[in-house]
Design a protein around this ligand. Structure first.
Ligand SMILES: C[S@@+](CC[C@H](N)C(=O)[O-])C[C@H]1O[C@@H](n2cnc3c(N)ncnc32)[C@H](O)[C@@H]1O
Length: 337
């Protein structure tokens, strides 16, 4: 998976970028950036409006989210922001020069966003032959699976802590937990948000190419993704010093940040047809990122460091009970493009 996605001719090194293959909330609408800008504004206030504030996007794709954030930010805030994209792929030539482009997460004070990053952190799969005996699954470039060696001690520890005891095949969350632990280790003060589809124990390894789901064959021709075990990622962040940890659905988070899919009043259509049309289009875009059967079902894991507990509580979106059992159980993954 590592080689297929990030090797010299890996999928994410291709020039076309994620937007050519699937649709994230960033591609769906600039309203997603609007919501994150509101979160950034709260973080800035909690940090006392510092002279500089970091805005880091990990797994930044082609830098689309940072470009939107920097465009939408009011001048006073925008001038204090240091925008940094962290990406394996090369910097796009068209990206505004004030957006920094790096291969590794820097130390940061401010807000870090990781939208659909952790699901692309390579992971191993284990098959459990008998109680206490787990082996890695090996796969060749034609996609055929073979039983491999016994799993190592770190994966064994993850398995015994997090996997259901009756599981026969497990997507091991060790690498994602470690990736988030390293992320939170770089947080000096502020907030880090991971937004992704939550694992529920089912097998989720999937391939994506040119807008369609395909077999996850690790030959560099397609994206390979698997749902994220959010609880173990949250625990790793806390081990790295996160003081507050909140987890909620994207729908709940975006609603708290002021995104609404309410349609404009019909009488506006006659008085201000252009404003009405724009508001109607925005309501449609908001509905897509709030959809409890789609992007709205994604999990937001929000962790903070070095913010007084009261301040952290006041700036974070409030978890609300899912409005339907369906929303709670939804494990919707990557969206076709
Ligand atoms: C699914 S795309 C998400 C793109 C973007 N965040 C969005 O929401 O549209 C995942 C991105 O994470 C990048 N990525 C994966 N692992 C990375 C790592 N360790 N460091 C930097 N970027 C990484 C990939 O190259 C890819 O562009």
């Amino acid at each position: 998976m590592e080689r297929a996605l990030y090797g010299p001719s890996g999928f994410y090194r291709h020039p076309d970028g994620p937007a050519a293959h699937f649709r994230t909330s960033v591609h769906a609408t600039p309203l997603f950036a609007t919501a994150l800008l509101r979160l950034l504004t709260r973080v800035d206030k909690a940090l006392g409006h510092p002279p500089t504030i970091d805005v880091v996007d990990v797994g930044a794709g082609r830098g689309e989210l940072l470009a939107q954030l920097s465009q939408q930010a009011p001048a006073e805030l925008g001038q204090r922001c240091v925008f940094t994209a962290v990406e394996v792929a090369a910097r796009p030539t068209t990206l505004a020069s004030h957006i920094q482009w790096r291969a590794h997460i820097p130390e940061f004070r401010g807000l870090l966003i990781a939208n659909e990053w952790l699901d692309n952190v390579p992971l191993d799969i284990a098959i459990i032959d008998a109680p206490g005996s787990a082996r890695y699954v090996l796969v060749d470039e034609a996609g055929t699976e073979h039983p491999g060696p016994a799993i190592g001690p770190e994966d064994a520890a993850w398995l015994s802590r997090w996997a259901p005891t009756d599981a026969a095949r497990v997507e091991l969350g060790t690498t994602r937990a470690k990736a988030w632990q390293d992320t939170i280790s770089q947080l000096r003060a502020g907030v880090a948000v991971a937004i992704d589809y939550r694992a529920s124990g089912a097998a989720t390894l999937t391939g994506f190419s040119q807008g369609r789901e395909v077999a996850p064959i690790p030959d560099g021709s397609c994206d390979i993704t698997a749902h994220v075990h959010v609880e173990s990622v949250a625990a790793a962040g806390i081990e790295a010093g996160a003081l507050t940890s909140v987890e909620l659905s994207q729908r709940a988070a975006l609603m708290d940040l002021g995104i609404t899919a309410a349609r404009p009043r019909l009488d506006l259509a006659a008085r201000e047809p252009l404003i009405y049309m724009r508001a109607l289009a925005e309501a449609g875009q908001a509905a897509e990122i709030l959809d409890p059967d789609g992007l709205g079902a994604f999990a937001w894991l929000i962790q903070t460091k070095e913010l007084p507990a009261k301040t952290a509580a006041s700036i974070l979106p409030t978890p609300i009970p899912p409005n339907t059992a369906r929303e709670q159980q939804s494990t919707r993954g990557r969206m076709p493009g």
